[in-house]
Design a protein around this ligand. Structure first.
Ligand SMILES: [Ca+2]
Ligand SMILES: [Zn+2]
Length: 417
């Protein structure tokens, strides 16, 4: 496909080639900075390694740099852990390689992968791509879900023409997107998105809106069957069909079923959308007893914002575990400390259901561009019928973290837990 070939040659031009000597110097420098960071700032770097968020691949020499960001590239691959290799299904919440909050979730089931969103605000594609390479071994993303047209979710699909988007780097088979948007046709990012999406469709991808999936029209399906009897269901959202006052409410929502395990993803859906979704879910799934019903994993809606994960919604889904994709304590969206992700209100509400809350990234100093891994890349996987968790940094739950103790009031439910 010419478009992908062009992307490779562009990358060959753009990617600087480091000499071995320079790499040694950079590695030494990185090491020393890391050492200083570790000694001087134990408060901030207590659990995390200073270099955690620097994609080490950027500092490595590759024989053929042209293949680095391509789907055939060998570089960037790390040893797969036992957990990953044996997993029937794994759900990965990715760190994005910068101080900005954003979503990017990979679901892997055999050779079938689902990518939900690719933020963040700043270009995270090299970081995401380096991670995906380890898992998307056939270069094909069977499903891509783009929840809504906010850059912290769709920037990776909305690149300028000369920058590789996820669509350039991977062959995407079925693309499911938000049904509505308030984005103006003149928005540069939205135009980029439309161009990139159209090119992937021209190359053979199927594109459906979440509404088409839910309604099962035009060949779209509400439920997609994946290997190992895993199922992906596109859930109802009132705002697939109605005008929303915030872009967040257009979020495409889905549930993944693996055996008895359920994983819920609602993008940045807010209060009204959450309530309507929860009510409709009960109607669509009358087979469950909702006294006992609960989901095993819930991606915290809207990065743990105070506007999402509301009472009526949580009451229905009762998450047993929750992963928050954000740069914790960052002033990116608000200076009001308790409303920074993950917010105090989110903590208070989720605490009634679980204390197993994990967070991807931690802001150290926004103005200085400093951030470290919180839990890091979070992987939740079903291995041998059992649910497992593996984080790239540590598996300390939110309530036991230093950041939490310094920045959040501990809700009663977590005091006794
Ligand atoms: Ca695949
Ligand atoms: Zn968002």
């Amino acid at each position: 496909m010419w478009k992908k070939a062009k992307a490779v040659s562009d990358m060959a031009k753009r990617k600087p080639k480091f000499s071995v000597g320079l790499t040694v110097i950079i590695s030494l420098f990185t090491f020393i900075v890391g050492l200083i960071g570790g000694v001087i700032s134990p408060l901030y770097f207590a659990e995390a390694r200073f270099t955690e968020n620097i994609t080490t691949d950027e500092f490595e020499v590759h024989d053929d740099t042209a293949t680095y960001y391509t789907k055939s590239g060998k570089s960037g691959a790390t040893e797969l852990t036992e957990l990953d290799e044996n997993a029937e299904v794994s759900v990965h919440f990715l760190e994005l390689g910068n101080k900005y909050t954003g979503d990017c979730t990979l679901i892997k089931c055999g050779n079938t992968e689902i990518l939900i969103d690719c933020g963040s605000k700043s270009n995270s594609i090299p970081t995401v791509d380096a991670y995906l390479k380890n898992y998307v071994t056939d270069g094909i993303l069977e499903y891509v879900i783009i929840t809504h047209a906010h850059q912290d979710h769709y920037a990776g699909f909305a690149t300028p023409e000369k920058v590789d988007s996820i669509f350039d780097l991977y062959e995407c088979k079925t693309i499911i997107t938000f049904a509505g948007t308030n984005q103006k046709a003149t928005s540069t990012m939205y135009k980029n998105y439309q161009r990139e999406l159209a090119a992937e469709v021209a190359a053979g991808a199927k594109h459906y809106t979440a509404a088409q999936c839910y309604d099962e029209t035009d060949g779209a399906q509400r439920v997609y069957e994946l290997p190992s009897n895993v199922k992906l269901e596109i859930l109802y959202n009132y705002y697939y069909y109605n005008k929303a006052s915030t872009e967040n409410d257009y979020s495409a929502c889905c549930m993944l079923y693996a055996g008895d395990y359920k994983f819920l993803f609602t993008g940045d859906l807010e209060k009204d959308g959450e309530e309507r979704l929860a009510e409709r879910y009960k109607t669509d799934h009358s087979e469950y007893n909702y006294e006992e019903f609960s989901v095993d994993l819930y991606k915290a809606g809207h990065h743990g914002s105070k506007t999402s994960s509301n009472e009526n919604f949580l009451e229905v889904f009762k998450p047993k575990m929750c992963c928050v994709c954000c740069c914790a304590g960052s002033p990116e969206y608000t200076k009001t400390q308790e409303n920074q992700f993950p917010t105090q209100q989110f903590v208070d509400r989720i605490s009634k259901y679980t204390d197993k809350v994990y967070v991807t990234t931690l802001c150290v100093d926004y103005d200085k561009d400093e951030y470290v891994s919180f839990n890091g890349n979070i992987v939740v996987a079903v291995v041998g019928g059992t649910l497992g968790l593996k984080c790239s940094n540590n598996s300390v739950v939110l309530k036991d973290s230093d950041w939490f103790k310094q920045n959040r009031r501990c809700p009663d439910a977590w005091k006794t837990a």
